[in-house]
Write a protein that binds this ligand. Sequence first.
Ligand code: MRU
Length: 367
Amino acid sequence: MNIDGKDYTSIWREPSHPNAVVVIDQRKLPFVFEKRVLSNSHMVFQSIQEMWVRGAPLIGVTGAYGIYFGCLEMMHEHKGQEYLVSVSNKLLSARPTAVNLKYGIEKVIEAVNKFGIRKGVTEAALNAADRLREKEINRSSRIADHGVSLLRQIYQKTGKPVNVLTHCNAGWLACIDYGTALAPVYKAHEQGIPVHVYVDETRPRNQGARLTAWELATYGIPYTIIADNTGGFLMIKKMVDIVIVGSDVMSINGDIVNKIGTYLKALAAKDNDVPFYAALPLSTIKRDMNDVFNEVEIEERSSNEIRYIEGWNGHNIESLRITPKTSNVLNYGFDITPSRLITGIITDAGILDAKKDAILKILNQSY
Ligand code: MRU
């Protein structure tokens, strides 16, 4: 994506840092655009856990580079392959919900296992991480190609700008480029289909108000930020044509796990006959997950994310307490939306029904 005349992705390598990767520190957006260089597996862990990087596909690719750093460390410090097992476990613990982290780590471990510990293993790991990065870019681009057809159909029917409601940030920052939920929106804009996005602010970290709004603003797409509880009322007032969200995990039955608050949007959409789509790459499907309600680990994050709110004071990012000092708080990062509330799944391999048969068929064709 283009920022101030320069093309960016959310993670890249550059010649000035040959054994490192560069990411955008998403904790500082939209106030400060700051790059961070990650050069060892501990920094990768920290960047994922503290959410310098976030979003399912991006943490998958960042984790993949984390294993590459693990290989470098293993070779330099003459450690055995058990070192990579400990790096993998540590990285996995950074964000337990999104399946892409496991997927990214496994892709690089597979390449390493094929190679064995000998000269060249670090190159094999780096190539595997680079390949995954490219693949996720292609996947997002295909999600855009498939998803735009839904927006075009709505525009052809109404002749008015298409009002999309989205939750959290499932744009290029969360992926490597384009995004998942926002990918069809970018494509529609490029193709001259007028779109307008209602952006849920997405408490407690405000990924919508901060990141999605910033992405749409830099791309010149009209948007309106709404408080998280507003979506249902907009749907009653027929102000939303379609809801598109991302996902951190989808079970083989088509149930999705996404940022906390997604389920309530799906309920409101069902009650108002508004189509509700989840956009996700095939790498987000956990094919061995049948019963998402019992099998997924829903991340519980720090209570301070609820107690405090961050903002810009004109000079710095500042954090202010917004609750009584001793309040109990509960901070689940994600919720589960059952497939019965989902109109369809926009994937890189096409638009599917949120049903086991359709999902299995596409997985068997694509892997
Ligand atoms: O906690 P985050 O910011 O990593 O959560 C991100 C989301 O919930 C996105 O919707 C999700 O990763 C799917 S799409 C990239």
